[in-house]
Write a protein that binds this ligand. Structure first.
Ligand code: IMP
Ligand code: MG
Length: 177
């Protein structure tokens, strides 16, 4: 199965069934590790909205869920800079924080958010991402939870977009060479 968005063609890489199973597996770990705790999840918009909504519905401990909006992509290339940050008004001082990302690519976004969150003095910050591109990752911060390691290619679907398109697809697609 393939799809075309604007000028680019993508082929299916990960089905929603696989996503569901991997998200459930991650939730089992989180349910064990955060049992009896009350952490704050910070969902990075827009990309992580589907991952966050599927994941948090599998969680059995109490938690807060809040959202920040970040963006470092133009088309299929990282600009290297993180633009626009709103909504960091949740009180995270002395709380355990878990960042929810759709994909960690170069790590610029997650590192920048991590540093900004540290200013609010949380007791701990962990990172949970649906997708992780180890070949592109250039930062030192540990990626604590990831559902899939993916190749260093552009992906769309299940929240991930190509210039705003493709977020609504249930499955994840990879750019064809
Ligand atoms: P990073 O800062 O390079 O790690 O990129 C992280 C952000 O860029 C992610 O939260 C995504 O929103 C976006 N991004 C990175 N790789 C892709 C991709 O393959 N498809 C769509 N968006 C991506
Ligand atoms: Mg993102």
């Amino acid at each position: 199965m393939q799809i075309t968005l604007k000028d680019k063609t993508f082929r299916k890489l990960i089905s929603y069934r696989q996503i569901e199973a991997a998200v459930l597996k991650m939730s089992v770990r989180l349910n064990r590790e955060y049992k009896g705790k009350y952490p704050v999840f910070i969902c990075v918009l827009n990309g992580a909205f589907l991952f966050a909504s599927d994941l948090v519905r599998c969680l059995t401990f109490n938690c807060d869920i809040t959202f920040v909006k970040l963006s470092s992509y133009e088309g299929t290339k990282s600009t290297g800079k993180v633009k626009a940050l709103i909504g960091l008004d949740e009180i995270i001082k002395n709380r355990e924080v878990i960042i929810l990302e759709d994909i960690v690519d170069t790590g610029i976004t997650v590192e920048s958010l991590y540093k900004q969150l540290r200013i609010f003095e949380p007791s701990k910050i962990k990172i949970a991402t649906l997708l992780f591109k180890p070949a592109a990752y250039s930062k030192k911060i540990k990626i604590d939870y990831f559902a899939f390691k993916v190749p260093d290619k552009f992906l769309v679907g299940y929240g991930l977009d190509y210039d705003g398109m493709g977020r609504n697809f249930k499955d994840i697609y990879i750019l064809k060479d």
